[in-house]
Design a protein around this ligand. Structure first.
Ligand code: AMP
Length: 115
C-alpha cells in the first residue's frame, strides 16, 4: 500500500507535514482536528491511503484504528465520560478529505448532530 502525493492526511500521518499528534503507531496516527467541534476532536488516520471506510481497508488497519480510538479516549480522559466516533464516506456524508479518518469527539455533552 502507499501514500498519495497530494493528500494532506497522507502527509500528516507520515510526518511530511507535522501536526499536533495525540497517538501514533506503525499503522495509524491520531492528531487534533484544525477546526474542533468539541473539547476533544481528534482524527484517527491510517498511514496508507484509503478513500474511505469502504475502500477495501485491511482488517489489520481497521483494528489499529479502533485501538487508536481507545488510546486517544484514555489520553484525553474521555474514556469514562463518553465519546463519539464518526466516519464520513462520500458526498452525501459531506466527506471533505478523501483519506479515511475517524473523528473522535468528546469532552462535553454531544448533541444529536455530528458534535
Ligand atoms: P470530513 O468532513 O469527515 O472529511 O472531515 C475532515 C476534517 O478534517 C474536518 O473536520 C477538518 O477540520 C479537518 N482537517 C482538514 N484539514 C486538516 C488539517 N490539515 N489538519 C487537521 N485537521 C484538518
Amino acid at each position: 500500500m502507499s501514500q498519495h502525493e497530494d493528500c494532506i492526511f497522507c502527509k500528516i500521518a507520515n510526518h511530511v507535514i507535522e501536526s499536533n499528534y495525540v497517538y501514533e503507531d506503525d499503522l495509524v496516527a491520531a492528531f487534533r482536528d484544525m477546526s474542533p467541534l468539541a473539547p476533544t476532536h481528534v482524527l484517527v488516520v491510517p498511514k496508507d491511503h484509503y478513500e474511505h471506510i469502504a475502500d477495501a481497508v485491511p482488517a489489520e488497519t481497521i483494528a489499529a484504528m479502533v485501538h487508536a480510538v481507545d488510546e486517544v479516549a484514555k489520553a484525553e480522559g474521555i474514556d469514562h465520560s463518553g465519546f463519539r466516533v464518526v466516519a464520513n464516506a462520500g458526498d452525501d456524508a459531506g466527506q471533505a478529505v478523501h483519506h479515511l479518518h475517524f473523528h473522535v469527539l468528546g469532552g462535553h455533552r454531544l448533541g444529536d448532530d455530528f458534535a
